[in-house]
Design a binder for this molecule. Structure first.
Ligand code: PLP
Length: 405
């Protein structure tokens, strides 16, 4: 047929490769050319995987745990997940209400693939993690993006949710603390939203708790399945080991939810990956069952970086940044630099123009708000060494100072 005969399906062509990964690839290519690029793009902790977790993985290899495992997780990991939900979140999931996959991303994919019929709507508060809308589209669904005001801490309001629900609404997807905004929902923030959902019995709730362990200033993390038991049988609670345990490459995510949904998700998994990595699962058992006290130290380290980044951003003319409650991202407004000109005479018209300028001029890679559905903003991932962050922010400040009205 020749090369021209191969074409991605139209829905794949319109989605494309993850925008965050694209920016990371461009920055990495510049770095390979010898440019001193600092990448604040990827959401990847700079810590190493804890030693006890690595040891557990080595022991699994030596034991010969190198075969396919149970379809949606080893009994050991499913038990560790159920115990984690009970111990840390106060939610009871039986073993057949728990599933494990190749990262939380695969959990989202399995869940949407298993439940979305063409044209089904998924309500996604915006700004959102880029993969949410892309996965929904790949699965044939319609992302319904609801812009959330910075004044309301980038959180969805009950009246917005009420208005967005239609007969075609399948899911509402909530993420707290949020990637990219770092905004988190307290019990009081969640309550009015859960009251709306109680009224609309055809709508299911997907909750992404990936950043549960990265919250600041005494913020009390809560998850909806614990807050509202009447919603538990239509809630999928997603979590994973990637961020809290610095295990992004081990690719283990998990979820708790109603049995029928968990079973349907297993069908997708059986045709996609067969099972998550056996070694990764052994490591995740140790991550969940092992000592947790180191998490407080990591939290404190991220908090210091958050405070430094927020303060430095707010000191730059044209930028403003809200203090996030959790995760390791800032989502700053660049409204004040729009309309200005670069030294080369190019006008900064959008947040993507601004982040392009930062990459070219300051050699700092950050992600424009447009990638997360809300402009004009840009996201910094501050899960990077403190010194590198300071250098990056100095460079951003210098680049902004060079812009002219
Ligand atoms: N959910 C959120 C909000 C994320 O930010 C990410 C990763 O960036 C994921 C899920 C995916 O995590 P995993 O590495 O487990 O696939």
């Amino acid at each position: 047929i020749g090369e021209a005969g191969f074409r991605p399906a139209s829905r794949i062509a319109s989605v494309g490769v993850s925008k965050i990964l694209q920016i990371g690839a461009r920055a990495a290519a510049m770095k390979r050319e010898g440019l001193p690029v600092i990448i604040l793009g990827a959401g990847e902790p700079d810590f190493d995987t804890p030693d006890n977790v690595k040891q557990a993985a080595k022991a699994a290899i030596d034991r010969g745990d190198t075969k396919y495992t149970g379809l949606d997780g080893t009994p050991e990991l499913k038990k560790a997940v159920a115990e984690k939900f009970r111990r840390e979140n106060g939610v009871d999931y039986a073993l057949d209400e728990v599933t494990v996959a190749t990262g939380a991303k695969q959990i989202l994919f399995n869940a949407f693939m298993a439940t979305i019929d063409a044209g089904d709507e998924v309500i996604i508060p915006t700004p959102y993690w880029t993969s949410y809308s892309d996965i929904v589209e790949i699965c044939g669904g319609v992302p319904v993006l609801i812009p959330c005001d910075e004044e309301n801490g980038f959180r969805l309001r009950a009246d917005q949710l009420e208005q967005a629900i239609t007969a075609k609404t399948r899911w509402v997807l909530l993420n707290s603390p949020s990637n990219p905004s770092g905004a988190a929902y307290s019990e009081a923030d969640y309550r009015p939203l859960l009251d709306v959902l109680l009224k609309h019995r055809h709508v299911w709730l997907m909750v992404d708790d990936m950043y549960e362990h990265i919250v600041y200033d005494g913020f009390r993390f809560v998850t909806p399945a614990a807050l509202e038991p009447r919603l538990k049988d239509r809630t999928l609670t997603i979590n994973g080991v990637s961020k809290a345990y610095a295990m992004t490459g081990w690719r283990i995510g998990y979820a708790g939810g109603p049995k029928t949904l968990i079973k349907a998700m297993a069908v997708i998994q059986s045709q996609a990956t067969s099972c998550p990595s056996s070694i990764g699962q052994a490591a995740a058992v140790e991550a969940l069952n092992g000592p947790q006290d180191f998490l407080t130290g990591r939290q404190e380290s991220f908090r210091k970086r958050r405070d430094m980044v927020v303060a430095r951003l707010n000191a730059i003319d044209g930028l403003t940044c809200r203090t996030p409650e959790g995760a390791f991202y800032t989502f700053a407004s660049c409204a004040g630099v729009l309309g200005k000109r670069t030294p080369a005479g190019k006008a900064i018209e959008t947040d993507a123009d601004f982040t392009d300028y930062l990459l070219e001029q300051a050699h700092v890679a950050v992600v424009p708000g447009s990638a997360f559905g809300l402009s004009p903003y840009f996201r910094i991932s501050y899960a990077t060494g403190e010194q590198e962050l300071i250098t990056a922010l100095q460079r951003i400040a210098e680049a902004c100072a060079k812009l002219t009205a």
